[in-house]
Design a protein around this ligand. Structure first.
Ligand code: CMX
Length: 433
């Protein structure tokens, strides 16, 4: 496999490079303030992640490339299409923009594992009809743990240096199936349990759109874009950090990604896309289904804040400007659905809410994040079941987390184990500092 060959060549160099950092073991890299610990470790530099970096004012760079650069440089199925999401996975893993041939080799490798075993279907069907799609998604993933090559090789006594190989194998097998699992959940829950077989001629991203049942080339493009945008956001966010933490105990990819999905399912993280479209549609309903004026949006936003709720899709723990993932989706909307009334509402909200949040004076970042725009695009193409939206996010996020944890094993990072002290000890530490 071309990707494995590339990684086999890269890993020894990167292990050597890590030795230089290990030699600096006693050097200070950060000072941690009391407020940071009590405040969810905000801003503490305690994680290392090479797949992407999130600059507060510039937004995400995947291996140094901005979103517009990635859109321009990664190979595409056709001239006017968005890139292959698996090209991004190659980039995250290797740091290099792949050739089309390299991406197509990965597409072929994925196709070998792109089937849904009957036992996974049975597990999903056994879950009560009102189970949340994210609970179903996470359950299906962990159910497949029995197939882990990593666990098998661990039981056979593989060395630490070999661990990245079965991690890569498991990741490919899992990622190959995620769109099938997600589409199965979608069609079981919302489309009368009628399922659409994979199309062997489609790429990983296009096939996902096809199996969801939206036969529209624009939606396939949207899906490719979506899968790229939501993939990686360095490693401190809840889902990526959970994946890293769980995998640090040498739990395999199935355990790590299932746990990561449980974190993504929280309304302050990935579930915000579901909450956000709900907020927008409630806002429109409140004004008789029409696009509300900016004054009306302002009042509605204040009502939300005054009732003690957050405005979903706005704010971020790291970002301090409009999320470039929001901007990329806005550009897609301007191209394909400029006159859609919900998109117009999203645009008006963008002109009003940052000012409201500034006046409100609490949120450190009044600007929109990725979740403020993703729902309207799905809704436009007919995917209108909000509680499914986080599953779409999850399929994409698994690209980033698997890339991160394959490298965790390649570099032999240890089990994560920070120190906790009692609240009293912590107070004394701060008082005596
Ligand atoms: N609406 C109202 N209040 C907000 C707010 C928003 N959109 N964003 C932040 N605040 C509030 C916080 O709740 C906090 O209030 P308290 O002091 O009463 O607890 C205060 O402003 C300070 O928060 P912060 O330091 O600016 O933000 P945090 O790093 O604590 O939280 C986030 C970041 C994303 C959880 C928060 O902005 C939020 O709840 N946003 C809405 C939900 C959302 O869009 N989440 C998706 C994020 C992207 C993703 O992970 O998918």
């Amino acid at each position: 496999m071309l990707l494995k060959e590339k990684l086999s060549a890269l890993i020894p160099q990167e292990r050597e490079a890590l030795k230089e950092i290990k030699a600096l073991a006693d050097k200070k890299v950060d000072e941690v303030k009391c407020g940071q610990v009590i405040g969810g470790m905000r801003g503490c530099k305690v994680l290392v992640c090479d797949t992407s970096y999130l600059d507060p004012y510039e937004g995400i760079r995947f291996r140094g490339y901005t979103i517009p650069e990635v859109q321009k440089l990664l190979p595409k199925p056709g001239e006017n299409d968005e890139p292959y999401p698996l090209g991004l996975w190659w980039l995250l893993l290797t740091g290099e923009i792949p050739t089309k041939e390299e991406v197509l080799s990965l597409e072929e490798e994925f196709k070998k594992y792109a089937y849904l075993p009957q036992y996974v279907i049975d597990v999903l069907r056994a879950m009560p009809a009102d189970s949340h799609p994210m609970a179903m998604f996470s359950t299906a993933i962990v159910a497949m743990e029995r197939e882990s090559q990593f666990r098998k090789r661990y039981d056979e006594g593989m060395t630490k240096a070999e661990m990245w190989e079965p991690m890569l194998e498991d990741s490919i097998r899992l990622l190959a199936r995620l769109p099938l699992i997600a589409a199965y959940i979608y069609r079981r829950k919302y489309k009368e349990d009628v399922h659409i077989p994979a199309d062997p001629n489609e790429d990983w991203g296009g096939n996902f759109a096809h199996m969801m049942g939206v036969e529209n080339p624009e939606y396939k493009n949207l899906m490719r874009l979506y899968l790229i945008l939501h993939s990686d956001h360095e490693s401190g966010n809840v889902s990526a950090h959970t994946g890293h933490l769980v995998a640090s105990a040498l739990s395999d990819v199935y355990y790590a990604i299932s746990a990561a999905m449980d974190g993504l399912a929280g309304p302050l993280h990935g579930l915000a896309n579901q909450e956000c479209l709900k907020w927008i549609l409630n806002l429109m309903d409140h004004f008789g289904g029409r696009t509300p004026t900016k004054e009306e949006i302002e009042k509605y936003a204040w009502d939300t804040l005054n009732s003690g709720r957050v405005i979903p899709g706005y704010g971020h723990a790291v970002l301090r400007k409009t999320d470039p993932r929001y901007t990329a989706q806005r550009e897609f909307a301007l191209k394909y659905l400029p006159d859609d009334p919900i998109f117009k509402t999203v645009s008006n909200i963008y002109e009003v809410v940052p000012e409201v949040l500034k006046q409100h004076g609490k949120a450190k970042n009044p600007w929109p994040n990725v979740d403020a725009h993703s729902g309207v695009l799905q809704y436009y193409y007919g995917v209108r079941e909000f509680d499914f939206y986080t599953v779409l996010f999850g399929v994409s996020r698994a690209l980033g987390i698997t890339a991160q944890i394959i490298w965790d094993r390649a570099l032999g990072y240890p089990i994560e184990r920070p120190k906790s002290v009692t609240r009293q000890m912590f107070k004394e530490l701060a008082e005596n500092a």
